[in-house]
Design a protein around this ligand. Structure first.
Ligand code: SF4
Length: 217
């Protein structure tokens, strides 16, 4: 029987739920690999890792952790941070750093297939990530397993909630935290403006109704 072992780079517990389920349904034997030196601050990194480890242990899924994410933080600052708020350039470099670590681990551990749970999140730059996955896998003689799990994201969110898994509110780096904060502020301002417009409409409607009643009387 063909061995269908696959190394799955995981960015966090909630994003691992549906890709792992889907890969198992396809007959793969997934092993998770963790390397995410992009996650800041360190307390957040630890929280996401512990969330993943706890869930994987309950599910009986093996997790291999990169031993050198501490040093890789320095690499992240050199390769990704200088891109600042140029999201595509920054994320491309970030995917490359993490997926290269996963590809190196796949080679060292004797896997010949590689994929990533980043492909479940609609908040990631899917095409950029997919290109990077292909490039890092091909450069090491691995097969990139391309999947688009984004349709399964709502189910991943639902299951994560049901399981009580910690769900973060930003991708990982300090830039993404600032971007998420800004997007939330824009959404709040939009809702506030909509409420104000509705109040003006309602007040206008009430005044017109009072005027009509006066005219009738
Ligand atoms: S937004 Fe996410 S993928 Fe992009 S650089 Fe930051 S942590 Fe990496």
């Amino acid at each position: 029987m063909t061995c269908r072992r696959i190394l799955v780079h995981a960015c966090c517990g909630p994003c691992a739920l549906e890709p792992i389920r889907s890969l198992k349904d396809e007959g793969f034997e997934p092993v998770i690999f963790w390397s995410n030196p992009n996650i800041q601050p360190v307390a957040e990194y630890d929280r996401r890792l512990q969330t993943l480890l706890g869930w994987a242990e309950r599910e009986g899924i093996e997790v291999v952790c990169a031993p050198d994410d501490g040093e890789r933080r320095v690499l992240w600052e050199r390769a990704c941070a200088p891109k600042g708020f140029d999201r595509e350039a920054r994320c491309r470099a970030c995917y490359a750093l993490r997926l290269s670590a996963a590809a190196d681990a796949a080679r060292a551990l004797g896997f010949d297939r590689l994929t990533t749970t980043l492909a479940v999140s609609p908040y990631q730059l899917f095409d950029v990530c997919d290109e990077v996955l292909e490039a890092v896998a091909a450069s090491r003689g691995l097969t990139a397993v391309h999947r688009d799990w984004r349709e399964r994201y709502p189910e991943a969110t639902r299951r994560a909630r049901e399981l009580g898994l910690y769900r973060q509110s930003y991708c990982g780096c300090r830039f993404s935290a600032a971007e998420a904060q800004r997007e939330r502020q824009i959404a709040r301002d939009r809702r506030k403006a909509e409420r104000a417009r509705a109040a003006v409409r309602d007040a206008g409607g009430a005044a017109t109704a009072r005027a009509s009643e006066g005219a009738i009387a």
